[in-house]
Write a protein that binds this ligand. Structure first.
Ligand SMILES: C[S@@+](CC[C@H](N)C(=O)[O-])C[C@H]1O[C@@H](n2cnc3c(N)ncnc32)[C@H](O)[C@@H]1O
Length: 356
């Protein structure tokens, strides 16, 4: 039987929705190429993991900057890859991990055991939980885990006997394990889609922005609103909503006194006065949605917009770039934040901020 083997590595690793590894790896490769960094992107279909490995480890910090988690669309989180440990024995996985970490000379203030959001990855969740306490204890004793150090060590289990050692500086990766914010479905909400908007507020905006941009008394339009999951998130923040959809809205939402149900075509409807928010979850061709949103923003009909681009096609990254390009052409100063959220399926969510 072969013993544990540690292989140092330098690169980036991201977690994504299973089935989108190609898009996630493509993003890493494109950004690395734009920064003139040599290496190779890797994606194994269905794994929920994509990576980029450097030819020259000296380019590590340039790569980290070029592939910042906040700027990636298909990554739920991103870490620096430092190495892999294989052939971990089931009777003691901690000792070889500790030995590898000694070799890397890492010091961190937090440890997170991770697994991918794939069929194989989810099977490792029990092992990840079980390993956390003993590994934490061992790292503390060894001085690797120390409150005065900075950053987080992410130990990504890819099999029962294999772990990838990854690190992230403070604030450089998603703060949630696996990059997945755990949100509970509110029982009063009319549809599970409500979690998409809640997650978008959490992931695409910081706390200060949420406080300033989601204030009671603001006005919003929700295109494709029925049955009202997104409207519900706005109403819960005391925002008035024109809910545009020919379909039925949840009666309790209409009773709130904050919702006007407009039975109209979302592509034709325009509000009498500019609104603070336009949100849009209509199932339509992404470029039609992008054109509509570009019009609203360019005509000053809304200050901020949050919308879904559905991506049932093969060339998903190309379609996203085309749609974001349409918005940038219409408003050269626009700020766009786009992400495939955990609650997004074959789609991404975009926050568009027009600058006055
Ligand atoms: C995915 S559902 C929206 C779910 C909603 N965001 C929620 O949280 O409950 C899409 C909605 O878009 C509506 N829709 C599609 N095309 C539309 C159009 N042209 N005008 C208005 N609504 C449209 C459909 O009737 C459907 O209710």
């Amino acid at each position: 039987m072969t013993g544990p083997a540690f292989t140092p590595a330098a690169g980036r690793i991201v977690l994504c929705r299973a089935g989108f590894e190609g898009e996630a790896a493509g993003e890493l490769g494109t950004r690395a190429a734009a920064a003139q960094i040599a290496g190779f992107a890797r994606a194994s279909a269905g794994s929920g993991i994509a990576s980029f490995e450097l030819h020259d480890p000296a380019e590590r910090s340039t790569l980290t900057q070029a592939t910042c988690w906040r700027d990636l669309i298909f990554a739920r989180t991103a870490w620096d890859l430092r190495g892999r440990v294989q052939n971990l024995p089931a009777r003691d996985r901690v000792a070889p991990l500790l030995e590898a970490l000694h070799m890397l000379q890492l010091r961190v203030s937090a440890l997170q055991l991770e697994h991918a959001d794939s069929d194989a990855g989810r099977e490792l969740s029990g092992l990840a939980r079980a390993l956390t306490a003993p590994l934490c204890g061992a790292l503390r004793c060894a001085g690797i885990l120390h409150p005065e150090a900075a950053g987080t060590l992410h130990v990504l289990l890819t099999a029962g006997d294999t772990a990838w050692l990854c690190a992230a500086a403070p604030g450089a990766a998603a703060p949630w394990p696996g990059g997945i914010p755990r949100l509970r479905f509110p029982s009063a909400a009319p549809s599970r889609s409500t979690l998409k908007l809640e997650e978008a507020f959490l992931v695409l905006m910081n706390e200060d922005e949420r406080t300033r941009w989601l204030q009671p008394g603001m006005r919003a339009v929700d295109l494709g609103a029925a049955p009202g999951g997104w409207t519900w998130q706005l109403v819960r923040r005391s925002i008035r909503v024109a809910a545009v959809d020919n379909g039925p809205m949840q009666p309790a939402l209409l009773d709130s006194g904050l919702v006007e149900h407009v039975r109209a075509d979302g592509f034709r409807y325009r509000p009498a006065q500019p609104v603070d928010w336009l949100v849009c979850d209509m199932v339509e061709q992404p470029r039609r949605i992008a054109q509509l949103l570009a019009q609203w923003l360019a005509e000053g009909r809304c200050r901020r917009a949050l919308f879904n681009l559905k991506l049932p096609m093969k060339k998903r990254r190309e379609e996203v770039q085309l749609c974001l390009g349409l918005l940038r052409d219409a408003l050269p100063d626009i700020e766009l934040r786009a992400r495939q959220l955990y609650h997004d399926r074959e789609e991404i969510t975009v926050l568009a901020l027009s600058r006055p």
